[in-house]
Design a protein around this ligand. Sequence first.
Ligand code: FES
Length: 306
Amino acid sequence: MNRRTSSIFRRGPRPQVRPHPVDMAENLEQAGFLDRAIRTISTGVKRALPEGPVKDALHGVPVGHPAHPPLTDLPMGCWVSSAVLDLVPGTRRASSALVAVGLAGAVPTALTGIADWSALHREQQRVGLVHAMGTAAASALYGASLVARLRGRDGAGRTLGLAGLGALFAGGYLGGHLAFRQAAGANHADQVSHLVTLGWHDLCPATDLPDGWPVRRTLGYISLFVLREEDDIHVLTDRCSHLAGPLHQGRITNDDDGETCVVCPWHGSTFRVADGSVVHGPATSRQPAFETRVNEDGIVQVRPLS
Ligand code: FES
C-alpha cells in the first residue's frame, strides 16, 4: 500500500457524537439480553390471555383500530393535568382525583398493551418491554403519590407525581418509537388504491390455480393471496395487515358461519377470504380484497373491491 492510499484511510479523531434518545431506542431493538425475560412473559401472557373474543377486544378488533394507543390518553391526560393543578393553590382534591382516575385508566391501558405486545416481532418486544417498565414505574409512583395525598402529605404526593410523570414520558417516548419507527399497530397491508390502477387486470390462467390450496401471484408491485374453491376464486393482498406476514402460507379454515377464512402463519390473524374482513386479531385492519372474474380466454382478472 503506498503512502497516498494509506493516508486516505488513516483514522482521525472520532467525531463527538451526542447521544440521542432515538439511538438509545434503536439500541434497545438489539438488546438480546432481554429475550429470556420476553420468552417467560410471553408464555405467561399466552396462558392468561388465550385466543378468543376477550383477546380480540383487547386488540381492538371490534372497533377496527388498535385499542391501546387511544387508551393511553386517559392516564397520560389525567396525570399531566394533575401536575398542572399541583401548581395551582386550592386544587388539592381535584389533583388527587385526577391521579386516581389516571390509575383506574392505567388498568385497561396496560391490558390492551400486553395483548398487543404478545404478538409483535422480537425487536418490537424488546422496546415494548422497556416501554412497559417505564409506564409500570409511572403507575407505581402515582399509586404512592395517591396514598401520600390521601394521608395529607401533599408535598410528598406532588414529588412522587412529578417522578411518575418523568417515568411516564420516558416510557411514552418508547411507545412512540414502537408505534412510529417500528410501526407496531400500523396497517401493513399494501395500499391497493395507490398501487393498482382502476379497472380489471389480468392475473393468471384459471387452470394454474390448485383447488382449495392458496398460492401467491403478483400484480405489478404487489403480492396477492389467491385461493380457488372450485369455481370461486378469492383474492386478497398477501401481506397481512398486522405485520406483513405471508397469507399464502397460511392455513385455510372456516368461521362460525362456515365462511372460508385464512389464518396468518405469523400471529394467527384470521381473515374471511371473500372480503378480507377480520375474524380474529391481532390484526384490526381489513385485508384488501379483489373482485374476480374469468374471461373467455380462461384468464383470471381482478379489480380492487370497493
Ligand atoms: S403478521 Fe401478525 S398475524 Fe399476520
